[in-house]
Ligand binder design. Structure first.
Ligand SMILES: [Zn+2]
Length: 162
C-alpha cells in the first residue's frame, strides 16, 4: 500500500478524530511504510477538501462535510483560439490529434486560474491520463508505462507525495 493510501485509510477509519502528524507517522511505521514527509500528504488532502484542519499539524475527516466546491473559470473562446494558434500540438507527447486547453493547476484547486500561464495544450489522450491532477501526476503515469524496474520503484516511492 502506498503511504498516500494508508494515510487516507487511517483518516477514513477514524472519522471525526483529531489526528496529529505524529500519530500518522507512528501509524505508517506500524504498517512498515516509509514516507519521508507524511505531513505533506495530509496537507494536500486538506487542500483537496478531504480533510479539515483543526490547527497546525492536526486534521480530521468528517464524512458529512460537503465543501462548496471551488472551480476556477474555463478559458474563454478567444483565449482558446489564441493559444491554439500559438501551439498546435500536445505539449507533452507532441500529438496533434484532438487538442484541448488544460488548466495546469486543476480547476478545483484554489490556486487555479484561467490566466494564460495556467494553460497548456494537451491531446485528449494525455488529458485523460492527467484528469484532475497536476503535471507531476501526469509525468508519473506516463513514466509508469516504461519497462524499467528501477524507474518503477522510484515512481512508487514518489506516488505517495503527489
Ligand atoms: Zn499528448
Amino acid at each position: 500500500m502506498s503511504a498516500s493510501k494508508a494515510i487516507k485509510q487511517y483518516f477514513l477509519d477514524n472519522p471525526k478524530k483529531h489526528i496529529s502528524h505524529n500519530e500518522i507517522r507512528d501509524h505508517l511505521i506500524l504498517l512498515n511504510i516509509s514516507c519521508k514527509e507524511p505531513q505533506r500528504q495530509v496537507r494536500s488532502f486538506c487542500q483537496k477538501g478531504f480533510l479539515q484542519k483543526v490547527k497546525d499539524g492536526v486534521y480530521f475527516y468528517d464524512p458529512y462535510f460537503k465543501e462548496e466546491k471551488y472551480l476556477s473559470p474555463e478559458f474563454t473562446a478567444l483565449q482558446r483560439k489564441e493559444i491554439l494558434s500559438e501551439i498546435n500540438y500536445c505539449e507533452v507527447c507532441g500529438s496533434t490529434d484532438r487538442l484541448i486547453i488544460d488548466h495546469i493547476i486543476p480547476r478545483d484547486n484554489k490556486n487555479s486560474t484561467n490566466e494564460r500561464k495556467n494553460a497548456q495544450v494537451l491531446c485528449t489522450k494525455c488529458n485523460n491520463i492527467k484528469k484532475n491532477n497536476n503535471n507531476i501526476f501526469l509525468a508519473l503515469k506516463l513514466l509508469q508505462k516504461e519497462k524499467n524496474s528501477k524507474l518503477k520503484n522510484i515512481i512508487n516511492e514518489l506516488e505517495g507525495l503527489v
